[in-house]
Design a protein around this ligand. Structure first.
Ligand code: FES
Length: 152
């Protein structure tokens, strides 16, 4: 009998310790998430990647390129604006994240999901998108086109 009580106490203590440990781990994980929310990584801190040479991008024609950042494949439109410089736009619609397509005929980006439209600089022309396409960091280094994390 005493032996069984010892087991019951031991089991109870085990459960208390186990539940307490799991709660502690979850608490630390939540604190990490809260910390990331209030102190996000710096803008543009993602690694940069070369996505082509300057001559690969015709002025006025956005080109969708893919690159890997932090082990995740990313897609951006690289746009050579001629005298106005270069921009890189995330290819996700700002409404519900569908992939937008460049339409040469209308010189605009179109979202196939709900009809969102953007101009060549990513500004909203119509439809439900609440804001312009997200800009990415872009650099021209010599003859190389380099893109990376979110831009301001
Ligand atoms: S996801 Fe693009 S318009 Fe809705």
């Amino acid at each position: 009998m005493e032996h069984q009580e010892g087991k019951a106490i031991s089991r109870r203590r085990f459960l208390k310790t186990g539940v307490g440990s799991i709660g502690g781990i979850m608490g630390v994980a939540y604190l990490g998430l809260i910390g990331d929310y209030f102190n996000p990584p710096p803008v543009g801190s993602e690694p940069l990647a070369e996505v082509g040479k300057v001559d690969d991008f015709s002025p006025g024609t956005p080109k969708l390129v893919a690159y890997t950042s932090g082990g995740v494949e990313q897609g951006v439109y690289v746009i050579n604006l001629g005298d106005e410089g270069w921009i890189a736009l995330d290819f996700h619609c700002t409404h519900l994240q569908c992939a937008v397509n460049w339409l040469d005929a209308t010189k605009s980006f179109a979202c196939p999901c709900h009809g969102g439209m953007y101009d060549i600089k990513g500004n909203v022309l119509g439809g439900p998108p609440p804001r312009p396409l997200e800009h990415r960091v872009i650099q021209i280094q010599g003859n190389s086109v380099i893109v990376g994390g979110m831009s301001v």
